[in-house]
Design a protein around this ligand. Sequence first.
Ligand code: CO8
Length: 261
Amino acid sequence: MTMEDKAVVIQELENKVTITINRPTALNAINHEVMSTLHEFFTKNYNNPNIHGVIITGQGQKAFVAGADIKQFIGATAEKGSEVAKFGHDTFNAIEQFHAPVIAAVNGFALGGGCELAMACHIRIAAHNAKFGQPEVNLGLIPGYGGSLRLAQLVGKGRAIEMLLTGEPISADLAYHYGLVTHVVHEDDLYAKAHEILDKIVVKGPKAITELIKLVNMDNVNNPTLTQEYNIFGKLMDSDECREGVDAFINKRKPDFRGKN
Ligand code: CO8
């Protein structure tokens, strides 16, 4: 298997790791291979002193990550749905609690699980063409990787609930205005900006950096909203509403949710 065939490409240079989600034909949607590679990296390397910082991005010009792979939702039971969502939670919690800074360099669509991946990172920066959203309601679903909690934490409850209930994406500029990202730059400058931020952090005391990351994210350890979310996600996945939403997405038509349960 060449590097180009891998769903996630991990490169290390001078103690900084770049993780690229590499499924551009599916807009970098998160399948099992993507999630298990992220899980392995962030759990195995926790406290690895040789890793001073991480940048996560998506391959290509169009997407950071357009969500979980919807094509894998077909035929899922409630139990399987909760199990897959919980594995995503474990992975994103490991990112949030990582000992070194993790920056999301958002280079296009960050939707559903993609927005949730960005929100699990410590810092988010965006290219001008980035779009953020939690469109799960279009599928008769809710976020399954922590979005119900982290979006409200980052943008406030009022903005979060409008984004969650309408499923409408927002532009990079609005995301900046909401505080969801801290910088919006030209596409060509995105990685330079991510490195510039990391370079400011990696020269600081690493123990202090780790303790700050833990303190800022302490409320999310065993947070009940997170545990409820993956159970409810599973339950909704095994519903006619979700089957209609997924079928509509795959067949490129508008869903008709009325009368479904
Ligand atoms: N999953 C699978 N395939 C995808 C996804 C996705 N999330 N997003 C895009 N693709 C595929 C399309 O099906 C299409 O494939 P094909 O060429 O074979 O038809 C290809 O990528 C290109 O996409 P489009 O042709 O649709 O490109 P457009 O520019 O017309 O539209 C959009 C781009 C607006 C991003 C559109 O693709 C879209 O709406 N995608 C879905 C976005 C979405 O709903 N994301 C949320 C998914 S649910 C989720 O993330 C829940 C997280 C918790 C999961 C818990 C575990 C089970």
